[in-house]
Ligand binder design. Structure first.
Ligand code: NAD
Length: 246
């Protein structure tokens, strides 16, 4: 028996990177996984790679799209046991480069998107459900060019603390993971041609001298999703190669 046998899970941003690796793990552990993302072709490829999955395209920052996702989950008829609110974007901009549009986009997706994803799931959450949010070490890292991103991830951590308290008494656990650097397409989107060089520079400063593989984050998320973490409420789990310690 897998750790998530017969469970229903949602993974936002499940078509690439950390979300895809996690959706694959959830399915391998026996869950049916609904994945979301904005690009239909990537979603269909991801469904083929995951196996026991359904794709629902949409933007997490648009309420009607999130409603459409949960309509599909409701039709599946088993409620929702695991919600991984993971979709997010990074945009590198120093304070003098940061435009209102960039700031709004980062907060719309990372903060409002997380809020809509969790709030609209409430009627579907089964007793004992696990909700996991994705923050980042950038929430306290203070790296140049990451102020809007870091602030948005600090907001996600604040959500997790409050929601763990609010939902815990209803039998729903809420926790948050804070990955350090992970080898995903987000680096290409943020740094373009300089992505590899930036990743190597960050890796050099970490005890393991490398960035994480997405599957190493997926393993931690699967722990939080499963009953192995049944007494873990409101935790912020760093999966960061020691970045937070140094
Ligand atoms: P990624 O770019 O591979 O994945 C991001 C996912 O979010 C994609 O599937 C994308 O389709 C989805 N997404 C983006 N905007 C969306 C929107 N408006 N609506 C729906 N889906 C949307 O990058 P990743 O590294 O796998 O990122 C996953 C999460 O991990 C993000 O929240 C990111 O901030 C966080 N994170 C990443 C790192 C890292 O180093 N890669 C470190 C810490 C935290």
């Amino acid at each position: 028996m897998g750790q998530l046998e017969g469970k229903t899970a949602v993974v936002t941003g499940g078509n690439t990177g950390i979300g895809l690796a996690t959706a694959k793990r959830f399915a391998a552990e026996g869950a049916h996984v609904f994945i979301t993302g904005r690009r239909e072709t990537e979603l269909e490829k991801a469904v083929a790679a995951i196996g026991n999955a359904t794709a629902v395209s949409g933007d997490v920052s648009v309420a009607a799209d999130v409603d459409r996702l949960y309509k599909r989950v409701r039709e599946h008829g088993q409620g929702l046991d695991v919600l991984f609110a993971n979709a997010g974007i990074n945009h590198i901009a120093t304070l003098d480069e940061l435009t209102e549009d960039i700031h709004d986009a980062v907060f719309d997706i990372n903060v409002k998107g997380t809020f809509l994803t969790v709030q609209k799931a409430l009627p579907l959450l089964n007793d004992g459900a696990s909700v996991i949010l994705t923050a980042s070490t950038a929430a306290e890292g203070g790296a140049a060019g990451m102020s809007a991103y870091g602030a948005s991830k600090a907001a996600v951590r604040a959500y997790a603390r409050a929601w763990a308290d609010e939902l815990g008494s209803r039998g729903v656990r809420v926790n948050v993971i804070s990955p350090g650097p992970v080898n995903t397409p987000m680096w290409d989107a943020a740094f373009g041609d300089r992505a590899r060089e930036m990743m190597e520079a960050v890796a050099a400063g970490l005890p393991p001298k490398r960035v994480a593989d997405p599957d190493e984050i997926a393993a931690a998320v699967t722990f939080l999703a499963s009953s192995d973490s049944s007494f873990v409420y409101g935790a912020n789990l760093y999966v960061d190669g020691g970045m937070n310690q140094i």
